[in-house]
Design a protein around this ligand. Structure first.
Ligand SMILES: Nc1ncnc2c1ncn2[C@@H]1O[C@H](COP(=O)(O)OP(=O)(O)OP(=O)(O)O)[C@@H](O)[C@H]1O
Length: 216
């Protein structure tokens, strides 16, 4: 098997503050190549915040997140693909132009990346030349996810990736995560619905400072 990715990811004693409130603390995990972490917990417990911390978009209130096995000097953020709640789609650009932009931006060059291969993943090739603003919600979500394939990166951070996807596309996404792991990649996925993926690790976030609400 071809295993291009050899990166490991470790979080030690991580804490997160938002709006002056501590969301979680003492959070630790370690992921080897090919492993996948399911992040779950009620709304507002900090799943998105954790993803953003790993992606380097939000500071750590305490602790450390580090990746080993990458080319020396590569920041952890540049090892990650972060697909969050917002699709980051430019509505006036075509599907292909959006993808080409992401491929060039993420690769740091203007080679266009693997755009044609990526377009085939969710079957968007027939509509590659229409404006992204005309896409349905599910098609926009697929376009957002296609950046995973236009530029290989070892760590996938997927925040509710299946939102708006039809059943067949959720299965395609599951296969893509499996394929990424078989190539030595790491996946960290936050989801409220089962994806069918067999995760190697699970992280349960709980509200720190909110009393349990009584059952109705
Ligand atoms: N920019 C911000 N400033 C202040 N508080 C914020 C900010 N962004 C998020 N929060 C708060 O941080 C908490 C955690 O938000 P986060 O989006 O990480 O939760 P989540 O577990 O991903 O929730 P959900 O399941 O609803 O997506 C929430 O209480 C939210 O109000």
């Amino acid at each position: 098997m071809n295993t291009p990715f050899t990166v490991t990811l470790e979080a030690r004693g991580v804490a997160c503050d938002r709006g002056g409130r501590r969301l979680f603390e003492d959070l630790s995990f370690a992921l080897a190549p090919g492993e996948a972490l399911l992040v779950q917990g009620p709304n507002g417990t900090g799943k998105t915040s954790l993803m953003r911390q790993i992606a380097g978009l939000l500071p750590l209130a305490a602790g450390e997140i580090s990746a080993k096995g990458a080319e020396a000097g590569t920041p952890t953020a540049e090892l990650c693909h972060y697909v969050g709640h917002l699709n980051g789609v430019k509505t006036s650009l075509s599907v292909r132009e959006n993808l080409t932009f992401w491929a060039d931006y993420l690769r740091g060059d203007a080679t266009g990346g693997d755009v044609n291969a990526a377009l085939g993943v969710f079957g968007l090739a027939p509509i590659a030349d229409i404006a992204a603003g005309l896409l349905s919600a599910g098609q926009k979500r697929k376009l957002a996810l296609l950046r995973l394939f236009a530029c290989p990166r070892p760590i996938w951070l997927l925040d509710e990736p299946s939102v708006s996807l039809d059943v067949a596309s959720v299965e395609r996404l599951r296969q893509a995560i499996t394929g990424h792991r078989e190539a030595g990649g790491i996946a960290i996925v936050s989801t409220h619905v089962p994806l069918g993926e067999a995760f190697t690790h699970t992280l349960d976030l709980h509200a720190l400072d909110m009393a349990e609400e009584p059952a109705p």
